[in-house]
Design a protein around this ligand. Structure first.
Ligand SMILES: Cc1cc2nc3c(=O)[nH]c(=O)nc-3n(C[C@H](O)[C@H](O)[C@H](O)COP(=O)(O)O)c2cc1C
Ligand code: SF4
Ligand code: SF4
Length: 268
């Protein structure tokens, strides 16, 4: 069974395409994570866990969720990180998770997809040609990876160096604590009170006040679901996002919502 979390569609695409080639079931974990639904998951086929890379690791809320959820049946676990180029210590964390779950670690295959993180100016926006190139490259790799999983082969994981583990594991929580937070999120007058941002937030950070979103608490993972999926591009993060396009990968195409588009154009 293919299990995935995806904030802006990259991982969803890879997960669903893999499941198609594997002729296996696929499960979106977003609602389970939101509702803290730890009901056991059964599969007689290997578990294939697909996720976006957050600060060189799998999302910590996903790892925590998987630790608490009993994965019954097959004892093999494969991992599929999607990243903007650097998957950091994901393979190490995945290996540890498999051991913790008393499963057999079957390796991982990473996909370099369009980077979705827009709440920082550190990363230049990708142009359309580069986005399409990355998607095409993923298409080629998906079938090869599915073939290996089908034949029960171990995937060749990226080697994780000790220094990466020593730097990343403490850095990740510091980054979240010091550099990020919810206080800079806000909705502009363009908001049409559709509630989509609230509904999508995997950590239930968003509440609606008179139909408009407010961000509360400290648990935001900066997953970019809310800001990238707003149908009218009404969400901003401080002064980092006003001029940036919004990216969301829908099945077999991606949506690049340019700022200042009208409601109907952006909501297509
Ligand atoms: C909070 C956050 C941190 C990220 N950190 C990394 C990273 O360390 N390395 C990297 O290559 N990409 C990083 N990215 C980019 C995403 O991993 C990448 O775009 C991924 O494919 C998004 O998947 P999704 O569309 O399924 O949510 C980060 C994205 C977010 C939102
Ligand atoms: S998704 Fe956008 S339009 Fe809908 S409630 Fe949230 S901010 Fe408003
Ligand atoms: S509030 Fe934070 S965790 Fe929730 S959808 Fe937005 S970025 Fe993701």
């Amino acid at each position: 069974m293919v299990l995935y979390f995806s904030a802006t569609g990259n991982t969803e695409y890879v997960a669903r395409e893999l499941a198609k080639y594997l002729n296996d079931d696929v499960m979106d974990l977003r609602e389970r994570i939101r509702e803290k639904d730890y009901t056991p998951i059964y599969s007689d086929r290997p578990f294939v866990i697909c996720f976006p890379v957050y600060v060189c690791e799998p999302p910590r809320f996903l790892t925590a969720y998987l630790k608490k959820t009993d994965l019954r049946g097959n004892r093999d676990m494969y991992f599929v990180p999607t990243s903007g180029g650097y998957s950091g210590v994901c393979d190490f964390v995945a290996h540890c998770l498999s051991l913790k779950k008393k499963k057999r670690y079957m390796g991982s295959v990473g996909f370099i997809m369009p980077r979705n993180y827009i709440a920082s100016n550190a990363y230049p926006e990708l142009d359309k040609a580069e986005i399409e190139r990355r998607i095409r490259r993923a298409d080629d790799e998906i079938q090869r990876s599915a073939d290996s999983i089908m034949s029960g082969k171990k995937l060749k994981s990226r080697h994780v160096w000790l220094w990466e583990i020593l730097v990343t594991l403490p850095f990740n929580p510091i980054w979240y604590h010091l550099c990020q937070g919810v206080k800079d999120f806000y909705a502009t007058d363009k908001c049409i009170s559709c509630g989509k941002c609230r509904q999508l937030c995997p950590l239930k950070v968003i509440e609606l006040n008179d139909g408009k979103p407010v961000w509360r608490g400290r648990s935001c993972a900066h997953c970019m679901s809310c800001i990238q999926n707003c149908p009218v591009c009404a969400i901003e993060y401080g002064n980092k996002t006003q001029k940036k396009n919004r990216y969301y990968f829908k099945k077999y195409s991606y949506v690049l919502s340019e700022k200042n588009t009208t409601v109907s154009e952006a909501a297509k």
